[in-house]
Write a protein that binds this ligand. Structure first.
Ligand code: ABF
Length: 252
């Protein structure tokens, strides 16, 4: 008989996980245990490689609890995750207010500001972060930094309408002070990366002192005509959970 793959890992599967995967899983489990309450009905599910462990923890709570819940995805990947885990799928059109959203991050600073969009999903991720009464970040220890841009050097992801990309790139390289801003290309340089919203992504690195005040640079980028959303999430998260190599969890 063919047993369908389950999102809930067996002990032998867990034992085979790398240290980084184990730390993602620890963070996700701790965040769900601490913040997902029995009365929560509408739950946002983010993107990336840490979020499947959030879904694993939720699924392991059992069908009784989960049949009363509806899960809203931030993109194609999380939609597939919800559907394949046999959870109820909803849409933000139906549920413009969410009880809670869990999502990953590329980096989180000491004030819980974060860079997101390494996976090109940050527009929908920001919609679900903003729509949620509580927004919780989950990540491994590499994402836990004092200031943004410390380890994540590829720059701030910026979703831009294709018609405007060259103009926005010029603005970023010029007046906004990111001379190394680039249009994100698909593997093998087959063409630009295209988001779930049919837009392009620009990656714009900024100097460390600029990244110490992420809100200001976020607002300046967002004012450029043609920019749809900036992968800087400022003052949005209630808490961030980081799994550590030694099996502990850091909560910010
Ligand atoms: C999404 O996935 C992003 O906004 C971020 O780019 C990325 C984090 O992925 P991972 O959990 O794989 O590190 O949440």
């Amino acid at each position: 008989t063919i047993v369908p793959p389950s999102i809930v890992l067996t002990p032998s599967q867990v034992a085979k996980l790398s240290v980084i995967e184990k730390s993602k899983r620890l963070a996700a489990f701790a965040a769900v245990d601490e913040h997902l309450l029995g009365e929560h009905r509408v739950i946002g599910i983010g993107s990336g490689s840490t979020v499947p462990y959030v879904v694993e923890r939720i699924v392991s709570q059992g069908p009784e609890l989960n049949k009363a819940r509806v899960f809203i995805p931030t993109g194609f990947q999380s939609k597939e995750l919800i559907v394949s885990s046999h959870l109820n799928l909803g849409d933000v059109d139906q549920y413009p207010t969410l009880d809670i959203t869990f999502d990953g991050a590329d980096e989180v600073d000491r004030d819980l500001n974060c860079i997101k969009g390494g996976g090109a999903c940050h527009l929908r991720e920001k919609v679900l972060a903003e729509a949620a009464k509580t927004f919780i970040l989950v990540a491994d220890y590499r994402k836990n930094v004092e200031f943004l841009g410390t380890n994540f050097s590829q720059g701030v992801p910026i979703e831009v309408v294709p018609f405007a990309y060259a103009k926005v790139l010029q603005n970023l390289r010029g007046t906004l002070g990111s001379p190394n801003a680039v249009l994100r290309m698909a593997k093998m340089k087959a063409g630009p990366v295209v988001s779930d919203n049919a837009n392009f992504i620009i990656d714009a690195p900024f100097a460390t002192d600029v990244m110490k005040d992420p809100y200001t640079i976020m607002a300046r980028i967002k004012m450029l005509t043609g920019v749809v959303e900036v992968g800087l999430f400022c003052h949005m998260a209630k808490a961030a959970y980081f799994g550590n190599e030694d099996g502990s969890v850091t909560v910010k």
